[in-house]
Ligand binder design. Structure first.
Ligand code: FPP
Ligand code: MG
Length: 307
């Protein structure tokens, strides 16, 4: 919403969060709309206190290439709906079986498993309805954007990464003592399950603004690097962070035999890898000079955040 560069990154994130939240309020069916139970469940997780990082990255990419209009905001909000669906499903007993998310009981703990599954389904569906009806012109641009977004969250992106993540954890559990997977598999899991959506947020933001192919690829390269760095930071927070500030259990990755960078590379080397990725991501932005400053700051924020 703001272009002012003289406010801190924290102030900037707060303003953007409010801007995204207002759009999410408009998009989600009201709690009293029939059937009320599903709308309550959807809203519960969307408004549970997320940082809105994917929408903010999308908005910033759109602005970098000259758009700051309503269709961009709708797209940004849709990304948060997809992100929230992935968290609701990730927390289910059949997946990570978590009781706490963003400092609150997880969706299935409040609404039951069946409704949590359906709330996730409905959030994903609503996201694509929102993008398809965003009014982005020309229509070919909108179609391309929908295709790229779907690709990023399907089996060649987020869902694929989640599948391999679960398979690796099951393998480690069955073969007690087996360590994390090899570095190529670990890289795939992180880049796919988390990096894909973050990268798509940036890529679709650039597409919405009608950026050139070269710029779309450049911003996607930045997105792939910060997306991977973000998940490494998430792994590190599970080891080094506190459950109070994270709003979820810590130390669970180890207990669940999760494939993580600290488990394979150790804490310090993981910190170095994440920092290197952020440096590389910032270097990708160099041609945009001052216009890319916020994205450069965001890259740094993504690995230094405490929650
Ligand atoms: C925290 O984001 C989320 C992650 C680190 C992503 C983990 C990946 C998944 C849960 C993929 C799940 C996929 C399927 C298909 C179920 P965040 O720190 O931005 O959370 P916030 O929104 O609460 O701030
Ligand atoms: Mg998981």
């Amino acid at each position: 919403m703001t272009h002012a560069l003289d406010i801190t990154i924290d102030e900037y994130l707060e303003i953007e969060r409010t801007y995204v939240d207002a759009e999410l309020q408009r998009i989600l069916p009201p709690e009293d709309e029939y059937p009320q139970s599903i709308h309550r469940a959807m809203r519960y997780s969307v408004f549970a206190g997320g940082k809105r990082l994917r929408p903010i990255l999308c908005l910033e990419a759109g602005r970098l290439f000259g758009t700051n209009e309503r269709p961009l905001l709708r797209l940004a909000a849709a990304l948060e709906l997809i992100h929230t669906y992935s968290l609701v499903h990730d927390d289910l007993p059949a997946l990570d079986n978590d009781d706490l998310r963003r400092g609150k009981p997880t969706n299935h703990r409040v609404f039951g498993e069946a409704l949590a599954i359906l709330a996730g389904d409905a959030l994903l569906t609503l996201a694509f309805e929102t993008v398809a009806a965003s009014g982005l012109a020309p229509p070919e641009r909108q179609a391309r954007l929908v295709k790229d977004l779907a690709h990023a969250v399907g089996t060649r992106g987020m869902v694929g990464g989640q599948v391999v993540d679960l398979a690796a954890a099951a393998h480690a559990e069955e073969n007690s003592g087996a360590g994390p997977p090899d570095s190529v598999t670990l890289h795939y899991i992180h880049a796919a399950k988390t990096g894909s959506l973050i990268c798509a947020a940036l890529r679709t933001g650039a597409l919405a603004a009608g950026a050139s192919e070269g710029d779309v690829e450049r911003i996607s390269a930045y997105g792939a690097k910060v997306g991977l760095a973000f998940q490494i930071a998430d792994d590190l927070l599970d080891v080094l962070g506190s459950s109070e500030s994270l709003g979820k259990a810590v130390g669970k990755d180890g207990r669940q035999h999760k494939s993580t960078y600290p488990a394979l590379h150790g804490v310090e080397e993981s910190q170095r890898i994440a920092a290197r990725l952020v440096d590389e991501a910032r270097a990708v932005l160099a041609p945009y000079e001052e216009r890319g400053r916020r994205l450069g700051e965001m890259a740094h924020y993504l690995i230094t955040r405490q929650r």
